[in-house]
Design a protein around this ligand. Structure first.
Ligand code: NI
Length: 135
């Protein structure tokens, strides 16, 4: 079982009040859980700044499937050797637009490069990369 250690933190009253409001809004039951999540986020962000860190990412995009060869290019990227596409989800939104979520595994640097490449393609109307450390 994981060993827990107690720590004391001194904060200005105003800062603590703001923090309590924020975490209540987010639905945290207590400060400890909120602080643990903040620490995990910071540690994860730090690891993501290293391009070699192993990550999993979801690339979320809305695109016009009529755009020249876009769908074909997107499939090509998913089959490429650089990245490991774990899964993808495709939803036909309307006559023109498709929503696609591609889940990838790979090094942070490559994922971000390929993700930005995809999102800048002609025909992609909206996109976002969500990336997390794989460990
Ligand atoms: Ni579609």
């Amino acid at each position: 079982m994981t060993q827990l250690e107690r720590i004391g933190v001194s904060l200005e009253k105003r800062l603590l009040t703001k923090f309590d409001k924020l975490i209540a809004k987010k639905g945290y039951q207590n400060r400890s859980e909120a602080i643990r999540d903040l620490i995990r986020q910071q540690l994860s962000q730090e690891r993501l700044s290293d391009p070699k860190t192993e990550t999993v990412a979801a690339i979320f995009m809305v695109y016009d499937h009529h755009a020249t060869r876009l769908a074909e290019k997107l499939i090509g990227i998913q089959h490429s050797h650089i990245l490991h596409a774990i899964s993808s989800l495709h939803v036909h939104l309307n006559e023109h637009d498709c929503l696609e979520i591609v889940v990838l595994r790979g090094r942070a640097g490559e994922i971000i490069r390929v993700g930005e490449n995809i999102l800048s393609m002609k025909g992609v109307k909206f996109g976002r990369i969500n990336i997390a450390t794989a460990e």
